[in-house]
Design a protein around this ligand. Structure first.
Ligand code: SF4
Ligand code: SF4
Length: 385
């Protein structure tokens, strides 16, 4: 099993591509240690949010998850440096991925956090100094930050860190339906440059990352996934309310069962879970996020392997990969397909009614205050304690 635990929907950032900060969960309702104890054995667990470090009991959650998971990675915006450092002192084997959306100016504009870049960068440096091995950057590539992609990769490389990429997605999880790449050739060109950097490295792990980024070019042009999506078969997400879902890419929340009320076996083998699996089999959203692609790359390993071999064989060439290997990129260049046609292939829907996946009680609190006000008050109370 590969699992992602969304420990909270509260977030202190204001990202331009995600409205989750406007739709926080109520702390009293967030996933408890008792529910976490019911999760199955996993080979990999991702802890995410919202911003997971807003939870003051994150250490207890991690301690519990280590009893059932071989490897844990926490995705964070890196703002709460002291909390991150403290947790890493107790769990030096843990992985930390800090989202940095570009160089300083771009990052701060996209993330909407004062000094967000400096805080994220300082946190990464501190973790490195502590001797933490599994730390890295995560970047969601869009029109605004695409030119920063390779420069940011080079910074991560110099620091000896992992570099994870994503692109814009729409779903209930991001409380967003209007995300779209506008200048596809420009963004693809930056991905192409990154793919070549990765292919020219000596690290096999980076060669697989090159394949993943090749898949991102395919994704932003709205094409079918390069690998099947097997979410909900051996991979799951659990949200702050204990609802188990196949993934975080669906338009509306798809629920297989609830772990607060059910046992894992009951939930996983339920008719509701089977219904969701049927939907996944014919899902046409064609996401390309590491959460659903990494398990597929392991399962269908010969596909990325063969792609890597074909490109590595061009050992005399510095530029081993061209985005024009993708037919759709050539077709767009040659005006065989229009921007409007490609836009229609994306999940962007300007008229969509967005389901934020909140419980009734969490929705209720939004009648009095905004999500930003609720989280700010919550953080102020935490600071007093
Ligand atoms: S992308 Fe992450 S950090 Fe940004 S608002 Fe959404 S949950 Fe918060
Ligand atoms: S393609 Fe896979 S990850 Fe994306 S929404 Fe469909 S089932 Fe979820």
């Amino acid at each position: 099993m590969n699992g992602t635990v969304i420990v909270t929907y509260r977030c202190n950032a204001r990202c331009s591509m995600c409205n989750r900060y406007k739709a926080p969960s109520k702390p009293e309702e967030e996933i408890s240690i008792e529910t976490i104890r019911k999760l199955p054995k996993m080979y990999f667990t991702n802890i995410t949010g919202g911003e997971p470090f807003i939870r003051t009991d994150l250490k207890d959650i991690v301690r519990e998850l280590y009893k059932k998971s071989d490897r844990i990675v926490i995705s964070t915006n890196g703002f709460f440096t002291d909390r991150i450092v403290e947790l890493c002192r107790e769990f030096p084997q843990i992985g930390i991925r800090i989202s940095i959306e570009g160089l300083e100016k771009t990052n701060n504009e996209i993330r909407g956090l004062e000094n967000g870049f400096q805080r994220g960068y300082e946190t990464l440096k501190k973790l490195r100094e502590m001797g933490m091995k599994d730390v890295g950057f995560g970047m969601t590539v869009q029109d605004k930050n695409a030119p920063d992609l390779v420069p940011l990769y080079k910074i991560s490389d110099e620091m000896g860190m992992e570099f994870a990429t994503a692109s814009l997605h729409n779903s209930f999880y991001f409380v967003e339906a209007k995300n779209i790449i506008h200048d596809r050739p420009m963004v693809a060109q930056n991905f192409e440059d990154l793919v070549n950097e990765l292919l020219n490295s000596k690290s096999p792990k980076k060669w697989f990352r090159a394949y993943f980024n090749h898949g991102l070019i395919n994704y932003i042009y709205g094409q079918k996934r390069l690998l099947p999506c097997d979410m909900s078969f051996d991979t799951f997400f659990i949200d702050p309310y204990g609802d188990v879902m196949p993934c975080n890419g669906t338009k509306d929340k798809e629920v297989m069962g609830n772990l607060n009320r059910q046992s894992w076996d009951e939930l996983w083998n339920s008719p509701e879970a089977e219904e969701v699996r049927k939907k996944v089999r014919c899902c046409d959203r064609d996401c390309w996020m590491i959460g659903s692609v990494s398990p597929a790359m392991h399962k269908y390993i010969w596909v990325p392997m063969w792609w890597i071999v074909r490109h590595k064989l061009k050992f005399w060439k510095k530029k081993k990969y061209s985005m024009y290997e993708n037919k759709i990129v050539r077709d767009y260049r040659d005006h065989k397909v229009s921007k409007e046609e490609l836009d229609k292939c994306s999940t962007c829907d300007l008229c969509a009614v967005i389901n934020d996946g909140l419980s009734e009680a969490s929705k209720e609190q939004l009648k009095e205050k905004t999500g930003e006000e609720i989280v700010a008050a919550d953080l102020a109370a935490q600071m007093k304690e």
